[in-house]
Write a protein that binds this ligand. Sequence first.
Ligand code: MF3
Ligand code: CO
Ligand code: CO
Length: 281
Amino acid sequence: MILNIGKKAGAVNETHRGRMTREGIRIHETADFAGMHVAGELAARILDEIAEHVFPGQTTGEIDRIIEEKVNAAGAKSATIGYKGYKHASCISVNHVVCHGIPGDKKLKDGDILNIDVTVIVDGWFGDTSRMYVAGKLSRKAERLIQVTHDALFKGIEAVKPGNTFGDIGHAIQSYVEAHRMSVVRDFCGHGLGRVFHAPPNVLHYGREGTGPVLEEGMFFTIEPMVNLGRPETKVLADDWTAVTRDKSLSAQFEHSVGVTADGVEIFTLSPAGKFHPTWG
Ligand code: MF3
Ligand code: CO
Ligand code: CO
């Protein structure tokens, strides 16, 4: 989501069960984890199944069409169709596109890397996940970027447990990425979710240890670091969605939806087929 520091938390559906922290972060009940697992698994399964449809010559519009078909076939709803006027079941971000790439007629070329981001709603629960794919042959530098971005997400996830802070998550990601001489995008962040798509807090992918809200059991949110080979700055194109790196450097992103448990974390969007990383096969 677009980072908007200082934005008011907003009225997040008071009919929901559970309580809210003073930062406006909803604390869900134990029973709510099951709903998130169902929604998260569907989003992850669709990303598993889309892998075979990514190849040179394929259009991102066709990939999106297949995704929409799969969402409908599962009896679920796309969270992105109709969201702030967005018209597609996925965001597909190719090469120097950082996020929110709009599917269209452009054909993928050999060596293109792309992030596909899908959010579904099942029984009112939101499952939001994205991962990287390659059309044809993966270059060495793209492979390095994808590996570091993937591992940075898991550094962030490892920092999730009650008593740690959101700053601990951001710090784990940022320090890992910068140690590999790559940069973390600041202009977009992860977000709380549950029965809503984008809720407090802003989950920053950079930061200082011990800062930010304290993690509590029952918090649900995404971690979705965007990492650039070059500088971190982005700009949004005239279509008002597509975010690109200002220096045109390659960008990668991985996203999981997670929940804080009594002693750690559960990932709602694990790949049923074990295909989260693009070099799975
Ligand atoms: N799934 C994106 C996220 O991770 C949001 C996409 S909103 C859209 O938060 F409208 F661009 F699809
Ligand atoms: Co998200
Ligand atoms: Co997403």
